[in-house]
Design a binder for this molecule. Sequence first.
Ligand SMILES: Cc1cc2nc3c(=O)[nH]c(=O)nc-3n(C[C@H](O)[C@H](O)[C@H](O)COP(=O)(O)OP(=O)(O)OC[C@H]3O[C@@H](n4cnc5c(N)ncnc54)[C@H](O)[C@@H]3O)c2cc1C
Ligand SMILES: NC(=O)c1ccc[n+]([C@@H]2O[C@H](COP(=O)([O-])OP(=O)(O)OC[C@H]3O[C@@H](n4cnc5c(N)ncnc54)[C@H](OP(=O)(O)O)[C@@H]3O)[C@@H](O)[C@H]2O)c1
Length: 469
Amino acid sequence: MHRPLRVAIIGAGPAGVYTADSLQKADIDFDVSIDLFDRYPAPFGLIRYGVAPDHPRIKGIITALHRVMDRGDIRFIGNVEYGTDIHLEELRTFYDVVVFATGAIKDARLNIPGVEAENSFGAAEFVSWYDGHPDVDRHWDLSAREIAVIGNGNVALDVARVLAKPASQMLETEIPDNVYAGLKASQATDIHVFGRRGPAQVKFTPLELRELKSAEDVDIILYEDDFEFDEASEKAAAEVNQVRNMVNTLTNWLLEQDDNPEGTGASRRLHLHFLEAPEEILTDQGKVAGLRMQRMELDGTGNVQGTGEMKMYPVQAVYRAIGYFGSAVPDIQFDEDRGTIRNAQGRVLGADGKPVQGLYTSGWIKRGPVGLIGHTKGDALETIGHIIEDAEHLYTAEQPDEQAILDLLDQRGVEYSDWNGWQELDNYEMSLGELETQSGPVERERVKVVDRDEQIRISRAKARQAAHS
Ligand SMILES: Cc1cc2nc3c(=O)[nH]c(=O)nc-3n(C[C@H](O)[C@H](O)[C@H](O)COP(=O)(O)OP(=O)(O)OC[C@H]3O[C@@H](n4cnc5c(N)ncnc54)[C@H](O)[C@@H]3O)c2cc1C
Ligand SMILES: NC(=O)c1ccc[n+]([C@@H]2O[C@H](COP(=O)([O-])OP(=O)(O)OC[C@H]3O[C@@H](n4cnc5c(N)ncnc54)[C@H](OP(=O)(O)O)[C@@H]3O)[C@@H](O)[C@H]2O)c1
């Protein structure tokens, strides 16, 4: 074919960027021309709007993604939402290939009575708040003294740590000012994290678990009765390093606590409970007033069954950190049970269960909301492997000209932004960090701009000037 294969990737999170990068770097005998879309002027998905602000090393993965985009062979088109600003049939006229890498931003549903009560929060909402996501309310109610966090994954740890840590320890991060003010005013004294299974079944990772101990002015509290291990737990602890590591860490903390039952007298306590499953959120005048938990027991296989024994925790807020869930993508077959696009190893499937020519998917929306940033590289490689395999049948776009999509967005009045626009916003956020470093008590590398209109204004300022000159 005498022209490059035109590829649109929807979603500039890690999966989108890695897919674009892998395709550009693949050993292939045809050229590609890639447009990477995101609904926000700021790229990088959950690295920007999910990874905890006090994890700067992980946020630093953005530097590697910047290097990919700075090469200039992938065009970023920000502030364009698939399904609102641009639709499938239009994309099909401009591109031979469309890859959906739209990730997940919502909470999985917990079906228990009381879940809709005021101060029953999804972890994803709270994460979006503290990470300055433009689409969430800027106010957060942190008046609860006792708080429950449901779930034993890394998101539950992030949420519990952010709730427990003194706000002063968050000040050096990129959190917006309203988040710092909210955390500083928090009334929390006790944060209870609940796992429905045992210490050998937690989904934490070792570094993240051990990090809990480094929060200043926080005592970790464990309960001896929760340290139950069935045959499967013992086998896993003997055979799987990560399980052994987790069990050892938790058991050592329990032993340390035996030596010093009073703790350090810290202002906040973080309680880790195991074998407790949520039954009901109790309410008073529509607000969370307690959490009823059922005691569970291991069944020999590492799974649990209910014992019928109930316990009430008098908490005033509940955070549900039981996993994320993907959102349906317009005009694409969606698996409502898994929260993923229907696909076969990255090839999007149609209603007849067969691959739809030219449509692919990558990342969490392909595989479900589990796994680290690095795992999206593997997704990307699998997906581009199929694109390459299918390549000779893919040249179908009627208007492959790179300008055609921009003309359509202009006609429609869509205020799209580009890579230079993101760099403007990026520099602006870093300049805010510099200003605060000069005037405040700690060094801050960046302060995030939250408001979407402001993000758009900053990232389009140069383009607007150029258009008027
Ligand atoms: C709270 C939290 C903390 C995490 N912390 C870590 C960590 O510390 N370390 C680690 O390795 N992993 C971490 N992860 C996992 C990591 O974030 C994911 O593995 C990774 O982000 C998945 O990448 P993705 O590109 O598939 O999805 P996402 O990162 O969600 O990116 C999807 C992108 O698609 C865009 N998009 C969505 N819909 C549309 C649309 N209709 N039109 C245009 N664009 C759209 C979104 O704006 C977003 O930019 C964390 C996850 C969560 C939830
Ligand atoms: N720092 C980091 O590296 C970092 C930070 C955040 C997230 N991440 C990654 O992002 C991914 C998503 O993390 P996640 O924490 O959202 O999901 P996760 O790892 O799948 O953990 C979900 C937790 O919720 C529990 N759960 C599910 N349904 C429940 C219910 N109905 N009642 C009670 N508990 C329930 C699960 O228990 P069961 O095991 O019993 O099902 C599990 O403990 C993971 O791969 C994680 O490692 C990484």
